[in-house]
Design a protein around this ligand. Structure first.
Ligand code: GUN
Length: 292
């Protein structure tokens, strides 16, 4: 069994980006500038956005954190989005999801300038992804593609089972793996909460991408020998013995499944750090596009 070490690979990618930023600086060019908007005080979201901003500093990017209160109106958030669209200093930005219930998420995502949408959530960019055109790929699926590629996991003609059909992970993942060329060319089955007999489907899989958010869902008897397993789950499970009061649990029963797997991601240290590295890669792309 080989670990798909997202922590290590993401460090490699960040080092590669840092080298490019140094070269930009030495040529006297503007360095990439990422902004992140967060509304409210959701604990997990604050942690993710904090890591994104910290990673910007590490690679030499400029970053701006826009923290808005929970009771921010949709109009006020739309005004902030328009301001970021018009700000020539900002190369790319994200609006951290989920948003408070009183704000229409789709309305906000549609208002983001597609050329600054480094999350790749705007319909224009999602469509470009599906059509195999150059674009910003959504960071989590992009990170998984990069992990598969760097560990040379074969995907052509393989049976891939994606669990979960979210707009952020499952749906784009299923599209990317079915696209032409490596690491795509797979035969993809997209499963979700209404899927029947899921274990029968996962047992046929050469590669399983689980983005369900149900702790320890995937058990040893649901996979075949030699499977590759990518665990996107990051659920906080209460744990009184932990100083934080919780542990981060993946979708995969690692102890059971790792005994049968050829490749498997750990949680934490698998997909999570890759997501941030790919967001930085998209921001670098946004800057170089704008420099042209
Ligand atoms: N919430 C969970 N994952 C993401 C992500 O990749 N981007 C944004 N903006 N929000 C998220």
């Amino acid at each position: 069994m080989q670990l798909l070490d997202g922590k290590k690979v993401s460090e490699d990618i960040k080092n590669e980006i840092a080298v490019e930023v140094q070269q930009m600086k030495s040529r006297g060019e503007k360095v990439p500038h990422l902004a992140a908007v967060i509304v409210g005080t959701n604990g997990a979201s604050l942690t993710y956005v904090g890591s994104k901003v910290k990673s910007c500093e590490k690679v030499g990017f400029e970053s701006t954190l826009v923290s808005l209160p929970e009771d921010t109106t949709e109009e006020a958030l739309l005004a902030k989005v328009k301001e970021l669209n018009a700000d020539p200093a900002i190369d790319g930005y994200i609006v951290q999801l989920p948003l408070p219930k009183h704000i229409d998420e789709q309305k906000i995502l549609l208002a983001i300038d597609a050329d600054k949408d480094v999350d790749g959530f705007h319909p224009t960019n999602f469509g470009r992804m599906a059509l195999e055109m150059e674009t910003f790929l959504p960071a989590t699926p992009y990170g998984i593609m990069e992990l598969l590629e760097r560990y040379k996991v074969e995907t052509a003609g393989k049976n891939v089972v994606v669990i979960g059909r979210s707009h952020i992970v499952g749906r784009p993942m299923s599209i990317l793996l079915s696209r032409k060329g490596y690491p795509g060319d797979a035969t993809v089955t997209l499963t979700h909460s209404r899927t029947k007999n899921i274990a029968e489907i996962t047992r046929e899989a050469d590669i399983i991408i689980s983005a369900l958010g149900v702790p320890y869902f995937l058990k040893g008897d649901m996979v075949k020998e030699g499977v590759t397993v990518v665990d996107v789950g990051i659920t906080r499970v209460p744990d009184a013995t932990n100083p934080k009061g919780y542990v981060i649990a993946g979708d995969v029963d690692f102890d059971e499944v790792s005994k049968k797997a050829a490749f498997i991601t750990p949680v934490p240290g698998g997909v999570g750090p890759m997501t941030i590295a790919m967001l930085l890669k998209n921001t670098l792309l946004a800057r170089s596009r704008r420099a042209k």
